[in-house]
Design a protein around this ligand. Structure first.
Ligand code: GDD
Ligand code: MG
Length: 363
């Protein structure tokens, strides 16, 4: 399969600010957040490599300097990696155009473009082959979701041709959405204006469709998730640990939980439902941790209960505290007796003191 896609190049869009993941993304860009024990992008890079991609250009902007120290020249991953940075964010289209300067592909070659926050089980090779067979200008991977208004809504005709591209429309006409993985014919990228802010979703795709260029949809029902919100981020990590999506980048076998070397998980703790425990993180005896991500150095003390949450680096949940559907920034401390639920976010370094209720006996 790989031999049919020789020298396929890709552009990875990783310049977004990840604001919906605050406070986690204040210090670390979204694509580098630990997901099933490794930086999120490691899963995308490994899947692209398995599909035959050999060279990837990172389109960086927000915290641009943090990527290269993590992935280097890509040799360890069997990839050749380049980094192209926008001085000011150029939007998705401007970023693709800017990164394309580092491509070696010729005008008629296919180039893969990936949003840097998507977990997808679809067959990239098949998408590329469809693109080539139909001589498309762009071929978009499409998936179906329950809430299409949060995404790019993409209706197609019976022949799989995209008839409109409606980014975040309040009135979606179909549940089929843009899944954030494109095959572009290189010459089409070169038509995007250079050094300008351009959105592929709001300008490039609608423009191509309007002018009658062949824009195709490649629709699948395979595993798909955009990890851009705290709940989705936790779900993605959990799904990888539980083996719901295969990833060559997983640092250990799948199972109830993943504990990285250098972490400490007491045999008397209950750790389950796809939890991952990064190096230096600790789960004490008597603690219960389900479906959560514990970043480096995070601590859950005995008697604490943590569910479907992210604990930033060095964050601590003290004895008897309950943290559910919540995000703790780096170094945050939740004192005994506190209950945090349903979307609560604690900013880095904030300490919530012990809460105790004293009932007076003669009240
Ligand atoms: N280099 C660079 N520069 N990258 C950017 C910029 C920029 O100015 N703006 C966004 N990105 C990157 C983000 O880092 C992310 O990887 C990707 O582009 C998409 O941005 P998001 O902010 O995650 O967009 P979204 O999730 O709201 O919507 C997009 O993805 C959906 C699927 O997950 C759109 O493409 C939708 O149409 C799509 O349905
Ligand atoms: Mg996104």
């Amino acid at each position: 399969m790989e031999s049919s896609l020789p020298d396929l190049e890709a552009i990875l869009l990783v310049g977004g600010r990840g604001t919906r993941l605050h406070p986690l993304t204040l210090g670390t860009p979204k694509p580098l957040l630990p997901t099933a024990g490794v930086p999120f992008l490691a899963h995308q890079l490994a899947r692209a490599r398995a599909a035959g991609v050999r060279r990837i250009v990172f389109a960086t902007s927000y915290k641009a300097a943090m990527f290269e120290p993590v992935f280097g020249d890509g040799a360890e991953l069997g990839l050749s990696l380049e980094y192209m940075t926008e001085e000011t964010p150029l939007g998705t289209g401007g970023a693709i155009r800017n990164a394309a300067q580092a491509l070696g592909s010729g005008p008629s070659d296919p180039v893969l473009v990936l949003n840097g926050d998507v977990l997808s089980g679809h067959d990239i090779g098949e998408q590329v082959r469809l693109h080539l067979a139909r001589r498309a200008a762009v071929t978009l991977h499409l998936t179906e979701v329950e809430d299409p208004a949060r995404f790019g809504c993409v209706p197609t005709d019976d022949d799989g041709r995209v008839t409109a591209f409606l980014e975040k429309t309040p009135n979606p006409v179909t549940n089929r959405i843009n899944a954030g993985c494109y095959v572009f014919t290189r010459s089409v990228i070169d038509q995007i204006p250079r050094d300008e802010v351009v959105s592929v979703e709001r300008e490039t795709f609608p423009g191509l469709i309007e002018s009658g260029q062949p824009v195709l949809g490649y629709a699948t029902r395979t595993y798909w998730l955009d990890v851009g919100t705290p709940a989705a981020f936790v779900q993605g990590s959990r799904d990888l640990v539980l083996g719901r999506l295969e990833s060559p980048a997983l640092p250990g076998p799948t199972g109830e939980f993943l504990a990285l070397p250098g972490s400490s998980v007491s045999p008397e703790a209950k750790v389950r439902d796809g939890t991952s425990v990064c190096a230096g993180a600790t789960v004490d005896a008597g603690a219960t941790v389900s479906g959560s991500v514990l970043c480096e150095g995070a601590v859950v003390e005995g008697g604490a209960v943590v569910t479907d949450s992210v604990l930033g680096r060095g964050a601590r949940v003290r004895t008897g505290a309950v943290v559910s559907d919540a995000v703790l920034g780096d170094g945050a401390v939740v004192g005994p007796g506190n209950e945090l639920r349903a979307g609560v976010r604690v900013w880095p370094g904030v300490e919530l003191p012990e809460r105790s209720i004293r009932y007076s006996s003669d009240a």
